[in-house]
Ligand binder design. Structure first.
Ligand code: ATP
Ligand code: MG
Length: 420
């Protein structure tokens, strides 16, 4: 061990565990790639103002959780706490919305940073795969994203997750509701911070995790009773489309999210095996965000799924992913000539797409066979001077333990056949 440890609230992905993270990212991305979403990558940091405006000045993310800093050149930057604001910024900057092909559909995968109190499932550095569909108001698009996330989780073998769905209304109906909720909140016994929050962003009080607050919220007015006809019809169609797709969901009239930009469709994926860090992903519609960033009106919808918590959910359900073997063939050579011959064979196998590895470093047969075992390879090829003199190598099936001599010139073809 060195003097250094990973910073508080972070952890390293290390083989063989790290393969699970790659597989989760891949499983979430696959349905997106298959549905017209193009890959986008943005910087790990942005101007802090992008998040202040894009995520919301009064949100926990901006007030408490952001890694904001000044550079030596005097720029005010922040490590990205989430993906949507950056992706929309990049799409606007590249004028993707002017290419005449709306919605612009994008997916991303990367690291995010929040200065949170670390606990299981809550880290200061975590990883998300996300999708954004920019520039179209169409209930089928909201439905598409929910269906694709459901498909991603199911393809991983997850079963114990639930989809919570709500509508947050729009610029027409939400202000009326907001005022009604504020009236209600002013009459409650709340601490000063929460009362202040009720003035700035009353909807977020609904999301308060504390029991004493939740108890007082029992009779709170619900947005669902205030939705305008357009929002009601829109929401009804989203519900119908995902129902027709066979995706189960629960209406959650109190669901709000920790970001200010959401309008209409809002959803969260929760997993019942994760304790208090139960949200594995979330998203919704953000029709006003583009204008908040100085862009044109571009109604949009998206989600972000947490990779770390998805891995925890897999563990909670006891799902083991079928990961492809890292190594199929392991070569063990004894002596200088065998070393050269087998090294060449390994190179040849790799070119053919066979996952092959080699016993490096001077070590005896015993140590080399230990390496072969640890590699998880299905076959080991062993050769020494005597084998080569006879023009053969030894091919060992690591499952059955059976060993046969195969001609040096035939070994590559033989392995290809055996590995199918
Ligand atoms: P929570 O309510 O648990 O704080 P959130 O609403 O802040 O979650 P989002 O901003 O919607 O989360 O991010 C989407 C997903 O990213 C979450 O559902 C979760 O899986 C993951 N995520 C968010 N913050 C963290 C974190 N600090 N550590 C690990 N995963 C996280
Ligand atoms: Mg949070």
């Amino acid at each position: 061990m060195s003097t250094f440890k990973a910073p508080k609230g972070t952890y390293d992905l290390i083989p063989p565990e790290s393969a699970k993270y790659l597989a989760v990212r891949e499983a979430i991305a696959a349905p997106l790639r298959n549905s017209g979403y193009g890959y986008i990558e943005t910087p790990g940091f942005e101007n802090v103002e992008l998040f202040a405006r894009g995520v919301g000045e009064s949100t926990d993310i901006v007030t408490k959780e952001m890694y904001a800093f000044e550079t030596k050149g005097g720029d005010q930057l922040a490590l990205r706490p989430e993906g949507t604001a950056s992706v929309l910024r990049a799409a606007l900057e590249a004028n993707l919305h002017k290419a005449g092909n709306l919605p612009v559909k994008l997916w991303y995968s990367g690291s995010y940073y929040r200065y949170e109190r670390p606990q299981k499932g809550r880290y200061r550095h975590f990883s998300q795969v996300g999708a954004e569909a920019i520039g179209a108001e169409d209930p089928a698009l909201d439905a598409e994203l929910i269906i694709l996330a459901d498909q991603a989780y199911r393809s991983l073998g997850l079963r114990d997750f639930r989809i919570l769905l709500n509508s947050l209304g729009d610029q027409e109906c939400r202000p009326v509701y907001r005022a009604a909720l504020q009236d209600f909140l002013r009459g409650l016994d709340l601490d000063e911070d929460t009362l202040r929050r009720a003035e700035i962003n009353p909807l977020r009080v609904l999301d308060d995790k504390r029991d004493d607050v939740q108890k007082q919220l029992v009779g709170a007015p619900l947005l669902r009773d205030y939705l305008c006809d357009a929002c009601k019809a829109y929401h009804e169609e989203v519900r119908e489309l995902i129902t027709e797709a066979g995706v189960a969901f629960e209406d959650d009239p109190k669901l709000v999210r920790g970001l200010d930009y959401y309008t209409r469709t809002t959803f969260e994926f929760v997993h019942d095996g994760l304790g208090s860090q139960s949200a594995v992903g979330g998203g919704g519609r953000y029709d006003g965000l583009s204008e908040m960033l100085g862009g044109p009106a571009l109604p949009s919808v998206g989600w972000a799924l947490g990779v770390d918590r998805t891995v925890l959910a897999l563990e909670a359900e006891g799902v083991s992913l079928e990961l492809p073997a890292a190594t199929s063939v392991f070569a063990v050579s004894l002596g200088e000539e065998a070393r050269r011959v087998l090294f060449a064979k390994v190179t040849e196998l790799r070119k053919l797409g066979v996952a092959a590895d080699f016993s490096y470093g001077a070590k005896g047969l015993k140590g080399a066979m230990k390496n072969a075992n640890r590699s998880g390879a299905r076959y080991t090829v062993v050769a020494g001077e005597r084998d080569l003199a006879e023009g053969v190598v030894q091919l060992k099936d690591m499952e059955s333990g059976e060993q046969v001599a195969v001609g040096v010139n035939e070994i590559v073809a033989e392995l290809e056949t055996r590995l199918g």
